[in-house]
Write a protein that binds this ligand. Structure first.
Ligand code: ZN
Ligand code: ZN
Length: 350
């Protein structure tokens, strides 16, 4: 049974509504499910479309297949079990869901917003989760390698993205972790460029940011490529971004604060005059979702723990010249970290 501090939160039960948290707690992968937790029970409530699937997937929770809106079934359980104070994840329950449940609750029962309880538990991964992330990371890198051979002058961003998505599936992914980012030439200066029909030209940069979802677990990697012979300016900018990524990785260990890691990445870029060109945070946790706690940014002070899986992805974006980012998926260990991504970090010359 999952450990939740009901007393500390002053609640009798906890209502979980985010699909990733529902999956984490029960193994249920359907799109419509709520979990009601009490100190001695866990109940998954879903609809008849998921009757068979929920019985197959859910081993550690009672399953209720409701023929009415899920929240109605939740309210009757709350009443029957006399659960007065029901905590909910304020970042996750929608305003509409909250309103429906709240209006149906009888007098003396109420919903109480609490912080990201399950999300916090999810930060430190179990051995089984780490094994799945490893597989996802390898699937992603294999797909990247398979597509690399076919990229040449004139290949469009969207063709490359389509090939990457296809190869991820062919290598065992159940989908992509997010919409694959492919940008060439000047467009690399847009950190989250969506693939267009723009074609890769001679002497141009190419940025690929991709992730697989495998067995529900995500991976995330960014690599830089160049078609032709890069100028000294491009080479040295790449070297600085890579230095920054390596420095941040070297700072990752159990007990280090996320802010410290972010600072390391920034210091290196600052020495090269590129700190203003680094417009996002250094990384993020990942697991069942592509962006999970902790955030590795300026304002975050989570202490890293062994078993967390995070990305390290500093970048620099200069309008007119281009943008670069290097990103790996990294496992925090007691003494440092293990970079899970096997793909080489050299600037790949096509
Ligand atoms: Zn990424
Ligand atoms: Zn990322």
């Amino acid at each position: 049974m999952i450990q939740i501090d009901y007393k500390g939160h002053k609640i009798d039960a906890l209502l979980i509504s985010s699909p990733a948290n529902v999956r984490y707690l029960t193994g249920f992968t359907g799109s419509n499910g709520l979990v009601l937790l009490t100190p001695d029970s866990m109940k998954l409530i879903t609809d008849p479309r998921y009757g068979v699937q929920s019985r197959q997937e859910v081993k550690q929770a009672k399953v209720l297949v409701a023929k009415r809106p899920l929240w109605e079934a939740v309210v009757s359980t709350i009443k029957r079990k006399k659960l007065r104070r029901v905590g909910f994840e304020q970042e996750r329950l929608t305003f509409g869901e909250h309103k429906e449940i709240n209006e149906a609750l009888p007098l003396g029962h109420y919903l109480k917003p609490i912080g990201p309880v399950i999300d916090t538990l999810r930060m430190v991964k179990t051995a089984d989760e780490i094994a799945r992330i490893r597989q996802s990371v390898n699937t992603n890198s294999d797909a990247f390698a398979a597509v690399l051979k076919g990229i040449r002058e004139g290949t469009s961003e969207s063709d490359i993205a389509a090939d990457l998505d296809y190869q991820m599936r062919r290598h065992g992914a159940d989908g992509t972790a997010f919409e694959t980012i492919v940008a060439c030439g000047d467009r690399t200066a847009l950190p989250h460029a969506r693939p267009t029909h723009q074609k890769l030209g001679a002497n141009e940069l190419l940025l690929i940011d991709m992730g697989a979802s495998r067995d529900g677990y995500m991976s995330d990697m960014t690599r830089m490529l160049f078609l032709g012979k890069p100028s000294q300016k491009i080479r040295s900018m790449y070297a600085r971004v890579l230095d920054s990524q390596l420095a941040a990785i070297a700072a990752v260990r159990h007990g280090a604060s996320t802010r410290q890691i972010d600072l390391r990445a920034r210091e290196v870029l600052k020495a090269a005059g590129l700190d203003k060109a680094f417009v996002h945070s250094t990384g993020h946790g990942l697991g069942l979702e592509i962006h999970e706690a902790p955030k590795i940014g300026k304002k975050d002070s989570t202490r890293l723990k062994a078993g967390m899986v995070i990305t390290i992805e500093p970048g620099a974006y200069v309008e007119g010249l281009g943008g670069m980012r290097v990103e790996d998926t990294v496992l925090v260990t007691q003494t440092g970290c293990e970079v899970l991504t096997p793909t080489s970090k050299e600037l790949i010359l096509l």
